[in-house]
Design a protein around this ligand. Structure first.
Ligand code: ZN
Length: 221
């Protein structure tokens, strides 16, 4: 384990909770940062707070309601349906969200003397979000270092994993049951396996089914 400090961008969902366990295994000190940008479900914030508390992680919640004011979207407004039209970004996309989140996380990280910023962004199950791409993260890393004259390292443990591989990583970290039972991915605000029919639940379920099927195959071998 490195005697270094990390800040994890943390929403209480499957991906960022897996990242939190990944960071806890790697770094001697870990803190979590959650952004409040008027998510549909305050439950998401409660879920993040509960997980951080249970894991004994110091949890920072930053108000980012500005984001909703600038870019109303399906994650923050009940009157906008969650959908994705052919060739378009889904209505859950918020321009600049990761740019802002990572920038604010970096400002906090520097204050906390943390060098590592961990985020669960991923290019593999890419919904077309430009600021989840590896090239963007690398570019921002350079910009942040120049802007604050500090050697941040943005860590993206999930960048090249599909959803099944993310479950596999959780298992490797000894966190499979925890992630399955305590995280919130569902757009309808239902913890664990969720409502089962919203796009977030379907994606999570597909990854879980693929992972469990593979695990059964491995057991049979
Ligand atoms: Zn759901």
């Amino acid at each position: 384990m490195k005697k270094e400090k990390a800040v994890v961008v943390f929403s209480g969902g499957q991906d960022s909770t897996t990242c939190l366990f990944w960071a806890m295994e790697r770094f001697s000190e870990v803190e979590a940062i959650t952004f409040n940008y008027g998510q549909r479900h305050k439950l998401e914030l409660d879920c993040a707070a509960d997980i951080a508390k249970e894991l004994g992680i110091k949890h920072h919640v930053l108000d980012m309601s500005l984001l909703n004011q600038l870019a109303p979207n399906a994650l923050t407004r009940d009157d906008i349906a969650i959908e994705q039209k052919e060739g378009e970004l889904p209505t859950t996309f918020v321009d600049g969200r990761n740019l802002l989140f990572l920038t604010f996380a970096a400002i906090l990280a520097k204050q906390l003397s943390a060098k590592h910023i961990v985020t669960g962004v991923c290019e593999t199950d890419f919904s077309g979000y430009p600021d989840c791409r590896d090239i963007f993260v690398k570019s921002l890393n350079v910009t942040l270092n120049l802007s604050m004259d500090y050697s941040f390292v943005i860590e993206t443990p999930l960048m090249w994993l599909n959803k099944a591989e993310t479950w596999d990583l959780a298992e490797t970290l000894g966190a499979f049951q925890f992630v399955r039972e305590k995280t919130l991915t569902c757009y309808n605000g239902i913890i664990s396996d969720g409502c089962g029919h919203c796009p977030a639940c379907q994606l999570r379920k597909k990854g879980l089914d693929d992972y469990l099927a593979r695990r059964i195959l491995e057991l049979k071998r």
